[in-house]
Design a protein around this ligand. Structure first.
Ligand code: NAD
Ligand code: UDP
Length: 338
């Protein structure tokens, strides 16, 4: 019995595969490599000392999916595969709707045909929109999304909820991630963004390594303690461990459940800059820049439902996240392209 991990060679997927293998699960990766490299699969094997089957396949390729389900005994799917760049989703929404929503529908059709009805899905805090106050709780109404990427997450949640409503044999876990950063302690796997990073911490590490001159702090006039945006940063290994708990949940019972995966603590942009400087003894040059369109002031989780129902809590602090992000970046200045 195996777990199929779509998008398993990507940032969060690769860390989750390591934890799955460490927990004794046979693990199969499916990825079309549109935003990752097969080198990460080699490193997953290197870290764990275990073998992983890898299929270069697109989640929209029904024949390819059917072949994977026919060749393996797959008990559950962790579904990470998707496009995730917010500005790109605004300039090319059709690719996002096709890849993320269309791909998920095709994946679920292939799963149903194969009799595999257990899925853990990568959702996002973005589905809370801007109207809900933090700390965000799972029973709050979903908000108005501000970009097509966020809308795909909202719609996929609906697709999976409707699927469960139509057939109670399904077991669905919707995981709403807050801001994953950090990397595996080995420094061998981590986040490897294409081009100039959109997200804060990869941007900081590229300033630290000298690839980028300075960080633009987007807005210092938000209603937050220091005026800069507040987010709930979570170590990617804690996030990966949350998926192990979610897999246990879908393997153990049917149902459709939603969980926040966050720490419950918000840090500002300047808190992160300071923590990174202190943890790694490196100065980060920054300038105050205009707000980024669509950004909200504050976003952090109430993670108590995941604690109560999954027995999961994030344990790694911001210092550890900054140390581990930097170890990955400094050991791999060009990401996986060594
Ligand atoms: P990532 O880009 O590193 O990983 C996604 C993987 O999916 C990549 O390896 C990519 O090649 C693959 N992929 C994309 N489209 C595919 C397709 N059609 N068929 C097969 N493979 C495909 O991103 P990540 O940061 O690891 O994110 C994983 C998931 O978590 C995504 O769904 C993302 O939207 C979601 N998420 C990420 C964040 C974050 O901040 N990183 C936050 C919330 C939610
Ligand atoms: N941010 C910033 N400069 C950057 C990238 C991000 O000041 O180059 C800020 C952004 O405005 C937000 C926080 O850092 O307040 C986290 O941004 P990120 O894109 O990492 O996550 P998201 O906004 O998607 O939660």
């Amino acid at each position: 019995m195996s777990i199929l991990v779509t998008g398993g060679s990507g940032f969060i997927g690769s860390h989750t595969c390591v934890e799955l293998l460490n927990s004794g699960y046979d693990t199969i990766i499916l990825d079309n490599l549109c935003n990752s490299k097969s080198e990460s699969v080699k490193r997953i094997k290197e870290i764990t000392g275990k073998d992983v089957k890898f299929y270069e396949c697109d989640i929209r390729d029904r024949e390819g999916l059917d072949k994977i389900f026919a060749e393996n005994s797959i008990e559950a799917v962790i579904h990470f595969a998707g496009l995730k760049c917010v500005p790109e989703s605004i300039s090319d929404p059709l690719s996002y709707y096709d890849n993320n929503i269309g791909g998920t529908v095709t994946l679920c059709q292939a799963m149903a045909a194969a009799g595999c009805k257990k899925i853990v899905f990568s959702s996002s805090a973005t589905v809370y929109g801007s109207e809900n106050p933090s700390p965000l709780k799972e029973d709050m109404p979903e908000g108005k999304t501000t970009n097509p990427y966020g809308t795909t997450k909202l719609y996929i949640e609906r697709v999976l909820k409707d699927l469960y409503a139509s057939d109670n044999e399904w077991s669905v876990c919707l995981l709403r991630y807050f801001n994953p950063i950090g990397a595996h302690k080995s420094g061998r796997i981590g986040e490897d963004p294409n081009g100039i990073p959109n997200n804060l911490v990869p941007y900081i590490t590229q300033v630290a390594i000298g690839k980028l001159d300075h960080l633009n702090v987007n807005g210092n006039d938000y209603p937050t303690p220091d005026g800069t945006g507040v987010r709930d940063y979570i170590h990617v290994v804690d996030l990966a461990l949350g998926h192990i708990k979610a897999v246990e949940k879908v393997l153990g019972e049917t149902g459709c459940n939603t969980y926040n995966l966050g720490t419950g603590t918000g840090y500002s942009v300047l808190d992160v800059v300071n923590a990174f400087e202190k943890a790694n003894n490196i100065k980060i040059k920054y300038e105050i820049a205009p707000r980024r369109p669509g950004d909200i002031a504050t976003c952090y989780s109430d993670p108590s439902k995941a604690k109560e129902e999954l027995g999961w809590v994030a344990t790694r602090d911001l210092t550890e996240m900054c140390e581990d992000s930097w170890r990955w970046q400094s050991n791999n200045p060009r990401g996986y392209e060594e």
